[in-house]
Design a protein around this ligand. Structure first.
Ligand SMILES: NC(=O)C1=CN([C@@H]2O[C@H](COP(=O)(O)OP(=O)(O)OC[C@H]3O[C@@H](n4cnc5c(N)ncnc54)[C@H](OP(=O)(O)O)[C@@H]3O)[C@@H](O)[C@H]2O)C=CC1
Ligand SMILES: O=C([O-])CC(=O)C(=O)O
Length: 258
């Protein structure tokens, strides 16, 4: 499977290193779409990829699937065009809080017979949640996210501070780089207006901690993860980057789990 990456930051570099330098399997990153070719030109020799600034040339290059590892704005502006030509994997899932965009990409995927894959990112439990919601009987979903204070706000803190309490629909607008996980949770079950989010800036921690609580006819479940951050971008959890690799590997596997 030949991959085309959008973005060349922390997650993209993890994927380039793990796929092109370490993996011994059939996945390979061939093309990278960037805004500024000069800034990223070293990637071509380091990882054997070709950089593109023209989206159509990127989509027509030797790739089978597009992986977005950029930001919510890039999803809005680039993915409708990508889905006409390729399957896509999105990590800036927060962009899909915009219902018009969600409908547009869903309809384009249908029309052009492509798939949109949303990795579970920095959380887990989405298999359980989707099964529990198969009859539409999940009644509440909430996520409490606790991150190092400097990842969330500029103000210096000596004690933890609740910086957001409300619904996923509003959380992602205020924190587009920090709470994409709430949107994948919403899409898996109750939607953006019924998924509750609490965000805490904590000056005493180094990990990105997410606690998800789900209730319904199935019973109730709690999922907690204490994520190690990606050193090159501590706002982003290591697992979020790994979850893209996991998604690509599962696409290739003949045995589908979950
Ligand atoms: N679902 C989840 O659980 C998680 C999702 N995320 C999402 O992943 C995104 C990427 O994370 P990370 O790699 O750590 O972020 P970085 O800030 O390290 O990298 C972002 C990269 O995207 C590039 N970029 C931005 N806009 C565009 C564009 N329009 N076209 C091409 N490239 C673009 C930037 O390039 P430039 O130098 O030009 O700015 C940069 O190379 C985050 O913004 C967040 O939305 C993150 C963590 C968890
Ligand atoms: O990486 C994380 O822990 C979560 C995150 O930033 C996001 O969901 O946007």
């Amino acid at each position: 499977m030949n991959v085309g990456l959008i973005g060349a930051g922390a997650i993209a570099n993890f994927l380039l290193k793990e796929i092109n330098l370490s993996q011994k399997d059939t996945i390979s990153v061939k093309s990278v779409y960037v805004r500024n070719k000069e800034k990223y030109e070293a990637l071509e020799s380091e990882f054997g990829v070709k950089l593109y600034t023209d989206l159509h040339a990127f989509l027509d290059s030797e790739i089978d699937i597009v992986v977005e590892a950029a930001n919510v704005e890039a999803v809005k502006t680039l993915i409708p065009e990508c889905i006409k030509k390729k399957d896509v994997v999105l990590i800036s899932v927060g962009a899909l809080v915009d219902n018009a965009l969600l409908l547009e990409v869903e309809q384009l995927a249908e029309k052009h017979n492509h798939f949109i894959h949303l990795p579970s990112g920095a959380i887990g439990g989405l298999d359980l949640l989707q099964n529990a919601h198969a009859l539409g009987t999940v009644t509440s979903v909430s996520i409490t996210t606790r991150k190092p204070a400097h990842s969330l706000i500029d103000e210096p803190l000596t004690e933890e501070k609740i910086i957001f309490e409300g619904k996923a629909a509003d959380a992602i607008i205020q924190f587009p780089k920090n709470i994409n996980v709430s949107i994948v949770l919403s899409l898996a079950s109750l939607g953006i207006h019924h998924t509750t989010v609490r965000m805490i800036a904590d000056p005493h921690i180094e990990k990105n901690i997410h606690q998800v609580e789900m209730k319904g006819e199935f019973g109730d479940a709690t999922f907690t993860i204490k994520n190690n951050p990606l050193p090159s971008n501590p706002k982003t959890s290591y697992l979020a980057a790994m979850s893209i690799l996991g998604t690509l590997k599962r696409l290739e596997s003949k045995i589908k789990i979950g």
